[in-house]
Design a protein around this ligand. Structure first.
Ligand SMILES: [Zn+2]
Ligand SMILES: [Zn+2]
Length: 360
């Protein structure tokens, strides 16, 4: 099983219910045939050696079962029928033949970190609670994720040139006259994170929402449920939470359909607002109508943007997040391409230039 570093993968197992015997691994989308034999320890002649064919779909969370033997296999005591195919879901019971030899399936999470395979709890226990069917991680890549282009409909109101923005060097100024700061919406964050319509993912500790003013093709915010006003109040006690936020971010990227053609960064804006701590997960194309000014650009492409990993390390070693004096000044730096470092005189010119690096 090949797992991208840090990614969480699903593995499906077929588990015998009535006695203790070796569980059988069902690799994702691979056909496995079982029946009478040493693997199942079944010696009953009524059970064919090739009794059922199984094919697990770890993304969809079920196993397709096809009866190949003469005598009936059944799911929840309903006979399948020769050469027929049915779905077996977690919680359902498959009897291999004549209502005997019950099996269930279990999807387990495996975290692939540096080849070390740590098996997690069952998926049922770990599955994040989520309200709408298309919001959990499993479905993200199929449904919502491919819709992650900057939301232009929303953008028509929120991305229009924002001249109300003051010249304050802090993008996180929480003054209420600012409709839009640096791509997100300060106090509005706390409201948005509670709104099921905005939530892309949630678990016991964090919630993910799309940035309302995305500065790239993919731009998510990961927020802890616990109120943490800013990086300034982060301590060692929050280390595990910061690591979890990072892991969720990595998972989002892994599930992104464009992950192979894009690059991503995970990080925090250095100068804290009075809002809620949030981890930005942003693709590096910066292809979005909401990216409108130098402040926006520099907040994601200079040291104003603190890598999530660096923040975690800093909290580990220093017990807090230290921000260098003058960090706010970075927002005034001249425009430079973050890839080739070439100077650009205006935002439109920069955007035109970026197309070379990230063609659609
Ligand atoms: Zn921010
Ligand atoms: Zn460039």
């Amino acid at each position: 099983m090949r797992a991208p570093r840090g990614a969480i993968m699903q593995v499906c197992w077929l588990v015998r219910k009535d006695k203790c015997c070796q569980r059988i691994k069902l690799p994702h989308l691979k056909t496995v045939v079982i029946g009478r034999g040493p693997e199942t320890e079944i010696t009953d002649k009524k059970c064919s050696r090739q009794q059922v064919q199984l094919k697990a779909d770890c993304n969809k969370g079920y196993v397709k079962i096809k009866q190949m033997g003469v005598n009936p296999a059944s799911v929840d005591l309903v006979d399948i029928g020769k050469d027929e195919e049915v779905k077996l879901k977690p919680g359902q019971v498959l009897h291999l033949v004549n209502k005997l030899y019950p099996y269930t399936i279990q999807f387990l999470e495996v975290t692939g970190v540096s080849g070390a395979r740590a098996e997690g709890k069952t998926k049922a226990n770990k599955r994040p609670y989520i309200d709408s069917g298309n919001s959990n991680m499993e479905n993200m890549s199929e449904k919502s994720m491919k819709m992650e282009q900057p939301d232009l409909q929303d953008g028509s109101s929120s991305c229009k040139p924002n001249n109300t923005s003051s010249s304050s060097s802090s993008p996180h100024d929480s003054s209420s006259s600012h409709k839009e700061h640096l791509g997100h919406w300060s106090q509005g964050l706390k409201i948005s994170m509670q709104d099921p319509k905005m939530q892309v993912y949630k678990d016991e500790r964090v919630v993910v929402i799309k940035d309302k003013y995305p500065k790239a093709r993919y731009h998510w915010l990961i927020l802890p449920w616990d109120s943490i006003s800013s990086l300034k109040s982060v301590t060692k006690e929050h280390l595990e939470l910061l690591e979890h936020m990072h892991a969720v971010g990595e998972k989002l990227i892994q599930q992104c359909l464009d992950k192979d053609s894009l690059e991503f960064r995970l990080g925090y804006h250095a100068v804290p607002s009075m809002s809620q701590v949030h981890l930005h997960v942003i693709s590096q194309d910066f292809d979005s109508p909401c990216l409108k000014n130098k402040k926006h650009w520099n907040s994601f492409t200079t040291e104003y943007f603190l890598n999530s990993q660096d923040v975690i390390e800093m909290v580990e070693t220093k017990g807090k997040v230290l921000v260098k004096d003058g960090t706010s000044e970075l927002l005034k730096l001249p425009l430079r391409c973050h890839v080739c470092k070439q100077h650009q005189s205006t935002i439109p010119q920069l955007k035109e230039h970026l197309k070379k690096h990230w063609p659609k």
